[in-house]
Design a protein around this ligand. Structure first.
Ligand code: ADE
Ligand code: ZN
Length: 326
């Protein structure tokens, strides 16, 4: 395979750093769960913005009706990722969004960790980013952080910030400071629907290690330079952006300008169940648009929380696949 990734770029060894558990559930599994309860299957399309999408997402999440069903969703997410060449995944999960209906949040997290672990081999792995929802306030945020602290180093690798970006990041800054002290990565979403100021806030107030989306940074040349200089990775999700109306099409997507400016980016699917794409397709489409997918895959691995025994072999395999034959 060439370094440009033509031919099988979707199989490159990589880390998938930005996906949400329920947003990556197999549609057939959700349909099966709906039938079991004799409720309508969730609509997986028909939204055009983030607010409508969040409603659809919550409807799908509410179809998961037991810890066993949750564990199966997690196992299938991990299986699908392995199938697509992801040696490592970091899955956003928000146990408090279940409102206690499946039991204590520890039990939910345990079910997800067990499901993610089931299909892993010696040189692959999976972890959870516990997600705080901006719209749900700092009390739930603090409870999410406490759970993350308890599971730091035991399957949880980061603290995320998701949901409607019109809720500012500032109130969540103390939580991210504590997460850092616990050795967790700070991986908030920012700069998806709000402008470059949101990316700057994520960097300055939350001290983000990586940023989910971050694409509006392209509107601020100084910020672009800062991102390139500091090599903070943006976990970009092009198809998600197209489906939620924050980018026009692949050719005009900000990822081209980010890459040209020397910003580290990873490619991700965000919520493949809803957006009709998966991470392998994101890589294939990126390659077709001339993006340096092997370098992007390397960024995804280097900026992940993957342990050395996963990251090292994957980076070596990537290098051997992309070194031009002499
Ligand atoms: N939760 C799931 N997907 C999301 C997205 N793209 N932005 C914000 N919150 C989300
Ligand atoms: Zn996301």
């Amino acid at each position: 395979m060439s370094a440009n990734g033509d031919g099988g770029s979707e199989r490159l060894p990589k880390a998938h750093l930005h996906l949400h558990l329920e947003g990556a559930a197999r549609p057939a599994t959700l349909v099966e769960y709906a039938r079991r309860r004799d409720v309508p299957a969730a609509s997986l399309e028909g939204f055009t913005d983030l607010a409508a999408f969040v409603v659809a997402y919550e409807t799908a999440r509410d179809l998961i009706g037991s810890l066993d069903e949750l564990q199966r969703v997690a196992r299938e997410v991990a299986e699908d990722a392995l199938e697509q060449g992801c040696v490592w995944i970091e899955v956003h999960f928000a146990p408090f969004s279940y409102g206690g209906r499946l039991g204590r949040e520890e039990a939910l997290l345990e079910a997800v960790l067990a499901g993610l672990a089931e299909p892993q081999g010696d040189a692959t792995g999976a972890a959870v980013v516990l997600a705080v929802n901006r719209a749900h306030g700092t009390d739930l945020g603090r409870r999410t952080l406490v759970l993350a602290e308890r599971y730091a180093g035991r399957g949880v690798v980061g603290l995320g910030l998701v949901g409607d970006e019109r809720h500012p990041a500032r109130p969540y800054a103390p939580l991210f400071a504590r997460a850092r002290e616990a050795g967790l990565l700070a991986v908030p979403h920012a700069g998806e629907t709000q402008g470059p100021h949101a990316v700057l806030e994520a960097l300055q107030l939350l001290r983000a290690d990586r940023i989910g989306h971050g694409i509006t940074a392209t509107r601020d040349p100084g910020l672009l330079e800062q991102l390139a200089d500091t090599q903070r990775c943006l976990d970009v999700c092009p198809t998600s952006n197209l489906r939620l109306g924050v980018a026009e099409d692949w050719s005009a997507h900000p990822i081209h300008r980010l890459v040209a400016a020397g910003v580290a980016v990873s490619l991700n699917s965000d919520d493949p169940t809803f957006f009709g794409s998966d991470v392998a397709q994101e890589y294939a489409t990126a390659a077709a648009h001339g993006l340096p997918v092997a370098a992007i895959a390397a960024h995804s691995l280097r900026h992940s929380a993957a342990p050395d025994h996963v990251r090292g072999p994957a980076l070596r395999a990537l290098a051997s696949q992309t070194t031009p034959a002499t």
